[in-house]
Design a protein around this ligand. Structure first.
Ligand code: SF4
Ligand code: SF4
Length: 373
């Protein structure tokens, strides 16, 4: 297992973190999963107030003998309207985990300008976090986000945070400027769910397996991320001890991409050129008066057309209108063909037609997020 300095926090984190949001089948399974993570060299456990019994089960692992000093713990709490509520929530988390110190605390889900404003409000929730830091209850402060790039950049630019937990994968590189800015500020960079949100790579289409052979799509995406020294740790949301194995082939691979890996990425990149009416992901078409997240809808179309990632695209598409600010936007069939977006598209795409095609291809019903916050 490789370890990287988590930016200015100076924490030496393993390049894989255990994301404890899916190990909730039973307390026994949770303890075994934590033990396996540690046996593999993972030293960073990440949870959240909103992940059901996750904090409680981490507490069970500590009570069952997992050495507290062997791991760094991150928990995440959404911004609260006032200081006292945040204080209570921090104490709740400490109590559930049965620990006296949170190594790294993330304000969870800074997804909108309003939530960023709420986070920074004078005398508000951040004051409670700072107070807890002075008392030694919290070591470092970061933020997690599923929000638009502008919000992420604005949050980084506040200089309040030492790390950022965000989406960035081979199949979704829109947040690249946030990676660059976080690096320039010497912040820790923690990637959310690269295997699931990064493309459900644990159940890839045959075409993708063929292109990435002799490696797996999971390993190739990890290499894309870990060949970049600006990125420090990737979350693995294992539900059981056996689920770590698929990731460990690259846990010790450091350094730039090999010639073989470069050839695989060249092949992957070349598939995009085959897609008729490929969306270039420039985001210039926004805003849409019907609140359709045009680039994200068309990114899913790109993936389905280029890599036959229809299952992943359907899974994500079903979350539009069902996940609030965690995955904003209406489904593509809400397009009224008003034409507002058309002159803004530098590629001259017939956006309403592409949205209609994508809805027909991907709509199979509705789906909620695993956790609300
Ligand atoms: S044409 Fe459709 S997608 Fe474009 S701005 Fe109008 S409603 Fe939105
Ligand atoms: S403006 Fe065109 S190319 Fe750019 S994101 Fe929108 S649809 Fe895609």
């Amino acid at each position: 297992m490789l370890y990287r300095r988590f930016g200015k926090t100076e924490l030496p984190l393993s390049v894989f973190s255990f994301g404890a949001m899916r190990f909730l089948e039973s307390e026994e399974n949770a303890v075994l999963t934590v033990r396996e993570a540690i046996r593999l060299g993972i030293n960073h456990l990440e949870t959240a107030r909103g992940y059901g019994k996750s904090e409680q089960y981490l507490g069970a692992a500590f009570r069952a003998g997992v050495a507290r000093h062997q791991v760094y713990v991150t928990t995440k709490i959404p911004p609260t309207p006032d200081r006292d509520t945040m204080r209570r929530h921090i104490e709740d988390s400490l109590g559930r985990m049965g620990i006296e110190h949170i190594d790294n605390f993330d304000l969870h889900g800074i997804n909108t300008p309003e939530l960023l404003e709420l986070s920074l409000r004078k005398g508000g929730c951040l004051a409670a976090v700072r107070e807890a830091m002075q008392e030694g209850l919290i070591g470092h402060l970061g933020f997690s986000t599923h929000g638009p790039l502008e919000v992420i950049l604005a949050a980084i630019n506040t200089d309040e945070f030492e790390s950022v937990n965000l989406h960035y994968y081979y199949f979704n590189q829109h947040n690249a400027p946030a990676i660059a800015l976080a690096h320039a500020r010497d912040m820790g960079v923690f990637i959310i769910s690269p295997t699931d949100k990064g493309g459900q790579l644990f159940q890839p289409p045959v075409l993708l397996e063929q292109i990435t052979a002799p490696h797996t799509p999971i390993a190739i995406n990890h290499r894309f991320l870990l060949a970049d020294p600006r990125i420090h740790t990737l979350s693995l949301g294992a539900a059981s001890p056996a689920e770590f194995a698929a990731h460990m082939t690259v846990a010790d691979q450091d350094g730039p991409l090999s010639d073989e890996e470069k050839a695989i990425f060249a092949h992957l990149n070349s598939r995009y050129a085959e897609v008729p009416d490929l969306c270039g992901q420039c985001y210039l078409c926004l805003p849409c008066p019907e609140n359709i997240h045009i680039p994200e809808v068309l990114r899913l179309r790109n993936l389905a057309r280029a890599f036959e990632m229809n299952d992943f695209a359907r899974y994500r598409y079903a979350m539009f209108e069902n996940a609030g600010h965690w995955f904003p936007g209406n489904k593509a069939n809400k397009c009224t063909e008003c034409g507002d977006c058309l002159p803004r598209c530098p590629m001259g795409l017939n956006i309403p037609a592409l949205l209609g095609e994508t809805h027909d291809m991907l709509y199979q019903g509705e789906r909620k997020r695993l956790w609300g916050d």
